[in-house]
Design a protein around this ligand. Structure first.
Ligand code: ARG
Length: 460
């Protein structure tokens, strides 16, 4: 007998090159644990439906336990001749237990089997990812708490705009990650639906009980159309899109960390263990980790494009094209998990340099809007006040000083509405404290958000 499970119909074996080209065992052996889980549930269901004897189920359970142990011990001899993880495991089982192993595939196809395996695997990975997102959020919340009062320039167009609390800036990322968490949870719900029972594409002639298998495997729902069940990979695309957004958010933060660590900014330092040196320039300390996160975001976004393109022209139902879903998906999960892990550690290794941040606030007329608001509160229409302050800024700029450095008489030449109390609003801290409303940057608001997030993170 030829080694292939389906070779009876063929006059000659496939060529070596085709074997290598079409085989997936090198990478899909990663699904072994879930393939076995799925098979055990399928066998149990077949038994309950009267399609498999109790002895056969017992033999399958025993055989699968041994195979799982062999895989764990690195003793499983994966064979390219058997194409993929499904056929490798089935053949090993049959070698061990004989006919019972051959009966396992009753009412099933590799098409619904592989779709089931990926979903079982991915739903676990999504749970891990959700936990890691929260661990990173917790690190950022701690950093925000410790630096609620630290004032830094907020930027628009990368030009100094208005003072913000460094804590507030960190919490912006906590919000993004919060949405990422929600997206993962939402996506997990759609991943957690069972294709098994669709068989090759049309369902099966056996009286299978899909509810039983779904219950055994902990699926929340059952795919309702057999054609859709075997050909749908939008759950994978959706996951990769959600993963791309996490990476995109972390790439933005990375870009900021890199800029902030440049001596030209000097806002932060990153612990040595996350940086590397240069082989030629002895003085260098480079922020390699955030740089690589920025770079690896391109890789995950690339996988999203790859998967979308993989699917876009496939007719129903299953096509071998789908075998190409695995490597991008595996790499997306691995990259995201590694990135989240390292990021939570790294954020706990960030040292903030408040003096440098404050000095930068004082260099860009960051409180100009505060002066305009001050004049509005004294009765000047905002557009007029905007013009008055622009002239004051121009004057201060020509003297190379901050607005708060101008003496009262000088300020009063721009508007008679200005009094000595103006200096309270011109300080970075005054500016911060004045924005004391939901979503504002006042340290009191930052602390309230820290408390809110701690509660949310504990509850989940
Ligand atoms: N290795 C295949 C995949 O990953 C399993 C399904 C194969 N089905 C088939 N009809 N050739 O998609």
């Amino acid at each position: 007998m030829n080694n292939k499970t389906w070779s009876g119909r063929f006059n000659e074996p496939v060529s070596e090159l085709v074997k290598q080209y079409t085989g997936s065992i090198d990478f899909d052996q990663r699904l072994a644990k879930w393939d076995i889980q799925g098979s055990l549930a399928h066998a149990q269901m077949l038994h309950e439906a009267g399609l498999l004897s109790a002895e056969d189920v017992a033999a399958i359970k025993q055989g699968m336990a041994e195979i799982e142990a062999e895989i764990k011990a690195g003793q499983m001899a994966w064979s390219l001749d058997l194409e993929d993880v499904h056929m490798n495991i089935e053949r090993r089982l049959t070698d061990k237990i004989g006919d019972a192993g051959k009966r396992l595939h009753t009412g099933r196809s590799r098409n619904d089997q592989v779709a089931t395996d990926i979903r079982l695997w991915l739903r676990d990975e999504i749970s891990t990812i959700q936990n890691l997102i929260q661990a990173l959020q917790a690190a950022l919340v701690d950093l925000a708490d410790a630096n609620a009062d630290v004032v830094m320039p907020g930027f628009t167009h990368l030009q100094v705009a208005q003072p913000v609390s460094f804590g507030h800036h960190m919490l912006a990322y906590v919000e993004m990650l919060g949405r990422d968490f929600e997206r993962m949870a939402d996506c997990r719900g759609r991943v957690n639906r069972m294709p098994l029972g669709a068989a090759a594409l049309a369902g099966t002639t056996y009286p299978i009980q899909r509810e039983t298998t779904a219950h055994l495997l902990g699926f929340e729902a059952i795919c309702q159309n057999s054609l859709d069940a075997v050909s749908d990979r939008d759950f994978a695309i959706e996951f990769t899109a959600a993963a791309s957004l996490v990476m995109l958010h972390l790439s933005r933060l990375s870009e900021e960390l890199i800029v902030w660590m440049s001596p030209r900014f000097g806002f932060i330092d990153i612990a040595d263990r996350f940086c590397t040196g240069s082989s030629i320039m002895p003085q260098k300390k480079n922020p390699d980790v955030p740089e690589l996160v920025r770079g690896k975001s391109g890789r995950v976004i690339g996988h999203l494009m790859g998967l979308i393109t993989l699917m876009k022209s496939q007719p129903l139902a299953y096509n071998k094209d789908n075998q190409e879903d695995k490597e991008p998906l595996f790499d997306t999960v691995d990259t995201l998990i590694d990135t989240l892990r390292i990021y939570a550690d790294m954020m706990r290794g960030v040292t903030v340099k408040p003096e440098n941040m404050r000095a930068a606030v004082l260099q860009g007329f960051a409180t100009a809007t505060d002066l305009a608001d001050y004049l509005v509160k004294k009765g000047l229409p905002f557009r007029d006040s905007h013009e008055v302050v622009a002239l004051a800024v121009r004057h201060a700029d020509s003297l190379n000083v901050d607005l708060s450095d101008l003496p009262l008489q000088a300020l009063q030449t721009f508007s008679g509405l200005i009094d000595a109390d103006v200096y309270e609003v011109l300080t970075p801290e005054g500016s911060l404290n004045a924005r004391n409303h939901l979503g504002g940057t006042a340290p009191a608001q930052v602390r309230a958000q820290v408390a809110r997030w701690r509660q949310l993170l504990q509850a989940q």
